[in-house]
Design a protein around this ligand. Structure first.
Ligand code: SF4
Length: 457
């Protein structure tokens, strides 16, 4: 498996092998699922929608509801207006969502379907029932990644719904970035600990980690409500977590409704969580709650107790830009050496930020935006590492090179737990640190000769 990967690296500009990203509509669908009573709608052919739904289902182990315009050859030639109009009528009649979130696909983008005009026509023709809403975003998959799609869908909700009444509320908007449902719940817990009135968009907690109750509900109880999204325009501040996934939505809120915003890293690891906690303390004018201080202390305790296993260990990290930036900083802070760092996403700012994080500890690290896993494998062949941290797709490299893999990011298709146990915040950092330490200790046990096979590590 992966036997053909060579150590000789050739410059490639027009070819990706084993991409480290997926396409935009997956992200748009994920963001839309974080809105209460929302049915994501894929304006394109059935195959796209089936792929996006199945990837989300495989990652979350939950059935994913989404509809499609079901393009045929005729739609490809004449455009998809009739399909979308029919779809909107059918969806409201049969599935009764509060809101439909339409995203485009490669095909409808290439045709050039004008979605706002089609939505407007449906409204004029009475196809949108009283009190129901349709929003849309463009997600051409030949640019960007699933994170771009997530960002575009958040922008779509803001554009269509957020309004300023002229009266500022006490609420603070949080755009949580591309994180798990468990992480979104944890971010809300932090806001509650500071008694902050937060509106979070999107919020997939209690949607994609909803419990089995014995009764099927098409629209689980979680998700940001349409009323909450409208109220975001009156909030006093927006915290955007993760520049790639969240800053565009926050910028639009500022432009459209004059809500000031700040962009923070995803609160993964010690330093990034410190910055998030400081921002919450500043916004509320309160001290950090003792319970949060204690959680921080536990994380610091474990990192320092386990330094002998972490210090100097080399690691390869790949995934979404926001996640990789926070993970790289966390590994550096645990005295590990991230020697290969790659994202499938785009933006020179990614490389600049990773260079800055590793300037003192690993100045010669390999860093790449718009990279792929073939390149990551080649880097590892040239400079082997102690540990790999990234998505399920890395398991083939892990097997080929016999290197332990800690699964992190999108997607994880072959394990459970990620959607139920947070990795943000101090307790999330503790979980992540223990996963890393466990992977290193298991390898140490596996490789130890009998005389060095210890009961206590
Ligand atoms: S890349 Fe384009 S054609 Fe392929 S699944 Fe995504 S939206 Fe559909």
């Amino acid at each position: 498996m992966l036997d053909q990967t060579t150590a000789t690296i050739t410059e490639r500009t027009a070819l990706k092998i084993n991409p480290a990203k997926t396409c935009q509509p997956v992200g748009a669908m994920y963001a839309a699922l974080g809105v209460h009573g929302c049915l994501p709608h894929s304006h394109g052919s059935q195959g796209c929608c089936a792929y996006h739904r199945s990837q989300l289902t495989r990652h979350f182990k939950e059935p994913i509801m989404a509809s499609t315009s079901s393009f045929t050859e005729g739609s490809s030639v004449f455009g998809g207006m009739a399909n979308l109009q029919q779809a909107i009528s059918t969806i409201f009649e049969m599935y009764d969502p509060e809101i439909i979130a339409v995203h485009t696909t490669c095909l409808s983008e290439t045709i050039g379907d004008d979605i706002p005009t089609i939505i407007g026509k449906c409204q004029i023709e009475g196809k949108v029932p009283e009190g129901k809403v349709i929003v849309h975003c463009n997600t051409p998959s030949y640019v960007g990644s699933h994170v771009t799609g997530f960002s575009n869908m958040v922008k779509g909700f803001v554009k269509y719904l957020a309004t300023s009444t002229g009266r500022r509320s006490e609420a603070v908007n949080i755009i949580p970035g591309w994180v798990e449902p468990s992480d979104m719940a944890e971010i809300k817990r932090y806001a509650e600990a500071f008694r902050l009135a937060a509106i979070m968009l999107p919020d997939t907690s209690s949607v994609l980690d909803a419990p089995t109750t014995g009764e099927h509900s098409f629209y689980p109880k979680g998700g940001t409500t349409v009323a909450q999204i409208r109220a975001m325009g009156d909030a006093r501040h927006t915290l955007a977590l993760g520049a790639w996934a969240s800053s565009a939505g926050a910028e639009l809120l500022e432009k459209q409704c004059q809500v000031p915003h700040e962009v923070l890293d995803l609160p993964i690891g010690l330093a990034a969580t410190d910055r998030f906690v400081s921002a919450l303390a500043k916004l509320t004018g309160t001290a950090v709650p003792q319970a949060i201080e204690d959680e921080r202390g536990r994380l610091v305790d474990v990192i320092s107790d386990m330094h002998q296993y972490l210090g100097g260990k080399t690691v390869a990290i790949w995934g979404d830009p926001d996640q990789v930036i926070a993970l790289t900083e966390f590994c550096r802070d645990m005295d590990m050496k991230p020697v290969h760092v790659l994202t499938g996403g785009h933006g020179q700012a990614f490389e600049a930020r990773i260079k800055e994080i590793l300037a003192d500890s690993v100045p010669d690290a390999n860093i790449k935006q718009q990279g792929d896993l073939f390149l990551m494998h080649q880097w590892i062949k040239n400079r082997p590492v102690d540990l790999m941290i990234g998505t399920t797709y890395g398991k083939f490299i892990s097997r080929a090179e016999d290197i332990p893999l800690v699964r992190y990011g999108w997607p994880i298709l072959d394990r459970v737990g990620h959607s139920y146990f947070a990795s943000v915040g101090y307790t999330g950092g503790l979980r992540l640190a223990t996963q890393i330490i466990t992977a290193i200790q298991e390898r140490q046990d596996r490789d130890a000769p009998d005389h060095a096979f210890e009961l206590v590590l």
